[in-house]
Write a protein that binds this ligand. Sequence first.
Ligand SMILES: Nc1ncnc2c1ncn2[C@@H]1O[C@H](COP(=O)(O)OP(=O)(O)OP(=O)(O)O)[C@@H](O)[C@H]1O
Length: 260
Amino acid sequence: MIARPTPDGPAPLLRLRDVRKTFPTGPGRRAGRRTVLDGIDLDVDEHRCVVLVGSSGSGKSTLLRVVDLLEDVDDGQVLLDGVDVADPWVDADAVRARLAMVFQSYNLFPHLSVLDNVTLAPRLVHRRPRSDAEDAGRQMLARVGLADKAASYPDQLSGGEQQRAAIARALVGGPELLLLDEVTSALDPELVGEVLDLLLDLRAEGTTMLVATHEMDFARQVADEVVFLHDGRVHERGTPAEVLDAPQRERTREFLRRLR
Ligand SMILES: Nc1ncnc2c1ncn2[C@@H]1O[C@H](COP(=O)(O)OP(=O)(O)OP(=O)(O)O)[C@@H](O)[C@H]1O
């Protein structure tokens, strides 16, 4: 992808401007609305890893879901390489081809082999011939260290292996931006390391990532930039050392204190 040049250098791959999102507080027309994203401004430059942290309910997943077109926005712009994906008239399939999301629960199809899970979208959505999709799928499984698991089924894999298969599935279409929502939260502590190592490799290779996590050690290791969300707003941002070791704002300090 060629980033659009600006007078200040290449534009960010992803740029959120004053993004607002509310949800109904309950069923029925009389329900009020709760603000979940309250004017988010956020940039993700190409080849950077930005990690969202914040209390439960601060809006991390909603923000990722907005970028992935799983939620619409009430207001604001979500610019992917200059294209506003929040525009209802956008070509959603074209946008989705440029993004991939990995979830906490790996969401692999249990009745499909690992290779079939990884090649499902290339074959069915992108209409790639089976042999071509399988070549790409095997390459990606080798990339995540699962070359020998292509014929296995998800329930024959550990949690860490299933999550790596889910990451292979996300990467097989060559997305420009990888969205990762709590990808280590469901894993036993001893399995977190293998997923973290994979993400560190991807980062070293220049994969652009936007990540939500509860785990500060994970954020510290993988992030170029940490963004602390509070009540749907960007409250503090900076390098992991700035935000996690020397936070400037009291709410950030309080959030980090509560985790200890
Ligand atoms: N579809 C929905 N309908 C109504 N409220 C929702 C919906 N999705 C999310 N919310 C609410 O929006 C708020 C933000 O949720 P979100 O999942 O984005 O937070 P989060 O920071 O990712 O939290 P967690 O760390 O627990 O995953 C929460 O109060 C949640 O209950």
